[in-house]
Every structure is written in structure tokens, then in C-alpha cells.
Design a protein around this ligand. Structure first.
Ligand code: GUN
Ligand code: ZN
Length: 442
């Protein structure tokens, strides 16, 4: 981004400023965050955070910056969605029996359209604008097998200056011919796309075999080779979401100890590996994920919608073999673009599974937690000088029902909890990407 094309972003945002400093599950709620009730965030001309603190202490040098007063609204880092599918943006709420039925009946049909560059470009624009309207400023997303679909997503992300991580999906079996590649084309296309896009602006490429059900041994080898050739890349796939899926993988890879072992054998477990769902993992698998530093992405609205099972958050993070947990909407198995609604279901599932997460846990996961796991925390996830101004403004009084509820809030936790239980895109008053107001819809 040159200064020539970049408008002056200098601004002072006023409101209740909240930023997480560390994981509440580790340092406790008190030390996990900072909140300035009458706060200010100063953004410089390039869209970088210059100063954060109380509005009465804003340094004189910023006195001439235009001010936007967001009143009692919360100003916090933009949400980061660690797992979702951009080509599924039209197929939310598709009525199916379970994961494999839903994939075959709807998903694999819909995703075949993405070989068409016009369809893909239209989809990418809608998808990213919908994320921004919901306060999500960055994501780790699936595309389809088609290079033009990834081109469309990355082009739309570049136009919006968003940090998006994605990759061409690899699938060479158990899917319609319109949605399969081969080990060789997967290698060739992925290599070309890495060269074209990885590190372009805020974009990163992710090695993306869909899951072990739709990749042959030869294609899993290719995924391993790509990872060896590009160890710095994020790796994403699905793992242990559904019992029939797990049985299918056991039949396809009869030598494996379990589902996790399939990915492990090809060298795909690392601190940059993201496994969506991870609901039905054995102790051996959890131990192995912990040893390698890999992350599970909790996708509660999707797990609930597809009846996949109750993810055990505290069990997964158990101190003697902690597995890192990120959080994602999993559009379109997931039912909402909103990370507030995603947190809501995470809370409900934790209750049903017998161990409660707090609003602090949930907001941490969707901001600094996901930023750290995705290695984006040098740029985003926290409001502090030097970070890019990917910022959202949340209105706890967004609807009449929310306003009357919030009238009896007595603590920050109360405000956050009511926001995540009752809030959605209506609660997102503004979304700033690199300091630029970006809440928009077509
Ligand atoms: N497993 C493999 N592909 C998918 C997908 O598109 N959605 C979900 N929820 N699970 C998957
Ligand atoms: Zn998924």
C-alpha cells in the first residue's frame, strides 16, 4: 500500500476501550484485560494505532485529529474467525441429516460453481462485506479446489485491506468430478498460488486438504511435501467432527492409529496447523496435538447445527496436555457470520458439557486468542501502539431488548455476556480495517 493510494486515516475514537492482554484461563479474569471506561484510541494517518488510554490524557500532538465519539459503546479489536468456508456463503441453513449427508447433498453441489470467475468474485465480495458487517476483520478461510476462486477471495480481501489466510482446497476422491483435482494438479496449483499470493499485502496462503475423507494417500503426500517446502505456511483441515467420518477415515487409512495419526504421518501437525472441530478425539490424539502445538478450532454453531457433538473446551485444554483452542463460525455448516453468536453457542455448549466458559474467555478467544494462534498478534488482536487499527465498535444497547437488559448490567462481564448472548450484526456499530471505516453491505 503506497501513501499515494492510501487516504489519511488519522482519527481519535472515543468510547469504552477494551483490550485483552492475556488468556483469562491462565492469568485470571482480572489480569486478562484492560478497560478504559472513558477511553480513546488514536489512529495515525497510515491506519496504525498511535495511542490508547483515557480520553482526558490524549497527548496534545493528536489534538487536531478528527474525533468520533462512540459514547458508551465498546471499542475493541476486530474479531478473527479461525475457520469458515467462503464458497458456502449461500448455503446456510441447508437441512441435512448429518455431516456426510449435508456435504454430499448440498455442499459438494454448491462448491462446483466456483470454477466460474464471475460467480467467485461476486461471492467473495458479499462474503467479506458480511464479515465486516459482523465485526470480523480477519479470517482463516477455506476456498474450493478452483484457483480462480482463491484469486477472487484474495483480490476482494486486498481491496478491503483485510488480513485473510486461505488456500486452494485439495480433494481428489469421494467427491463429484466437478469438485476434484489430482495429486499433481493440487501440487502445481498450490505452488503457483503460493508464489502469487503468499505475503502479498496482508494475505497468507494456507495448505488446505479438505479432510482425509476426500484426499488419497498420494494427495496427503503432496500436502506433506508442500508443508516441507513451505514450513512457514498455515495448514488447515477438518478432524474428528462426526462418527461416520471417523469410520470412513479408518477404512481409507487402515495403517493409522486414529484420525489424527493420518495427518501426523504426513508431517502436518505443527504450531501452524488448524484442525476444525476435534470433537471426538481420544487421549492419544489430544496428547499428540498438544506435543506438536497444533490447534483445534471450536465451531459451536456448526457442531450444533449438524448434530456433530458437544466439544469439551476445558477437557481439550486440560493442563497436563493442553491443546490450543481457537474459535470459528464455520460458515456454512455454521449458522451465523457473527462471532457474538458463535461465542453464544460456545457458552451454551460449555454449559451442556458441564463446564462453563466466561464472557472474558469467549471474547479473548475471538480476538487476541485467535490472533496469537494464527501468529497474527504482531499486527492485530490487541489495541496498543504499533498494531494495525483493525477495530470494532460494539453497542450494548443495540436493540430495545438489549438496552433494557444492559440497564441492569453492573460489571464489564455483565455487559460482555449480554452482548454475546443477545448480540449479532446489529450490535456492530462500526468496523475499522486499518483505520478505515468499513462496515458495509452491497
Ligand atoms: N468436513 C469436510 N468438509 C467440511 C465442510 O465443508 N464443513 C464442515 N462442517 N465439515 C467438513
Ligand atoms: Zn469447515
Amino acid at each position: 500500500m503506497t501513501n499515494k493510494t492510501q487516504s489519511n486515516r488519522a482519527a481519535v475514537l472515543l468510547g469504552q476501550v477494551l483490550t485483552f492482554l492475556d488468556d483469562p484461563a491462565i492469568v485470571g479474569e482480572e489480569r486478562s484485560h484492560t478497560c478504559f471506561e472513558t477511553g480513546a484510541v488514536v489512529i495515525d494517518a497510515q491506519g496504525t494505532i498511535a495511542w490508547v488510554g483515557d480520553r482526558n490524557a490524549v497527548p496534545d500532538e493528536y489534538a487536531a485529529y478528527p474525533q468520533t465519539d462512540h459514547g458508551k459503546c465498546l471499542i475493541m479489536p476486530g474479531f478473527i474467525d479461525a475457520h469458515l468456508h467462503f464458497p458456502q456463503y449461500r448455503m446456510l441453513a441447508a437441512y441435512g441429516k448429518d455431516l456426510l449427508d449435508w456435504l454430499n447433498r448440498y455442499t459438494f453441489i454448491e462448491e462446483q460453481r466456483y470454477g466460474d470467475a464471475v460467480i467467485a468474485a461476486d461471492a467473495a465480495g458479499f462474503f467479506l462485506d458480511e464479515l465486516l458487517a459482523n465485526g470480523t476483520t480477519s479470517c482463516l478461510a477455506f476456498s474450493t479446489i478452483h484457483p480462480v476462486a482463491l484469486d477472487a477471495l484474495f483480490t476482494a480481501a486486498t481491496e478491503r485491506e483485510m488480513a485473510v489466510i486461505s488456500g486452494k482446497t485439495m480433494m481428489d476422491c469421494n467427491a463429484p468430478s466437478g469438485l476434484t483435482d489430482t495429486p499433481q494438479t493440487a501440487y502445481d496449483d498450490s505452488s503457483a498460488l503460493i508464489a502469487k499470493w503468499h505475503g502479498h499485502g496482508r494475505l497468507q496462503y494456507a495448505i488446505t486438504p479438505r479432510f482425509a475423507v476426500t484426499s488419497s494417500e498420494a494427495q496427503m503426500e503432496v500436502a506433506g511435501t508442500l508443508k516441507q517446502e513451505h514450513p512457514e505456511l498455515v495448514f488447515q483441515t477438518h478432524l474428528s467432527e462426526n462418527h461416520a467420518e471417523i469410520e470412513t477415515v479408518a477404512r481409507a487409512f487402515p495403517w493409522s492409529k486414529d484420525y489424527t495419526d493420518v495427518y501426523d504421518r504426513y508431517g502436518l501437525l505443527s504450531e501452524r496447523a488448524f484442525f476444525a472441530h476435534g470433537i471426538h478425539l481420544s487421549e492419544r490424539e489430544l496428547l499428540r496435538l498438544s506435543e506438536t502445538g497444533a490447534s483445534i478450532v471450536h465451531c459451536p454453531t456448526s457442531n450444533n447445527f449438524l448434530g456433530s457433538g458437544l466439544f469439551r473446551y476445558h477437557h481439550t485444554r486440560q493442563a497436563d496436555r493442553p491443546v490450543s483452542v481457537a474459535i470459528g463460525s464455520d460458515i456454512g455448516g455454521g449458522t451465523s457470520y457473527s462471532m457474538l453468536q458463535t461465542m453464544r453457542d460456545a457458552y451454551v455448549v460449555s454449559q451442556l458439557a458441564g463446564s462453563r466458559i466466561s464472557a472474558f474467555d469467549a471474547f479473548y478467544l475471538a480476538t487476541l486468542g485467535n490472533a496469537r494462534l494464527l501468529h497474527l498478534d504482531d499486527e492485530i488482536g490487541k489495541l496498543e501502539p504499533g498494531k494495525l487499527a483493525d477495530i470494532i465498535v460494539l453497542d450494548p444497547d443495540a436493540t430495545p431488548a438489549m438496552a433494557v437488559r444492559n440497564a441492569i448490567s453492573t460489571s464489564l462481564h455483565d455487559i460482555l455476556f449480554a452482548l454475546l448472548i443477545m448480540g449479532d450484526d446489529r450490535a456492530v456499530r462500526e468496523t475499522y480495517v486499518r483505520g478505515k471505516p468499513s462496515k458495509r453491505r452491497k
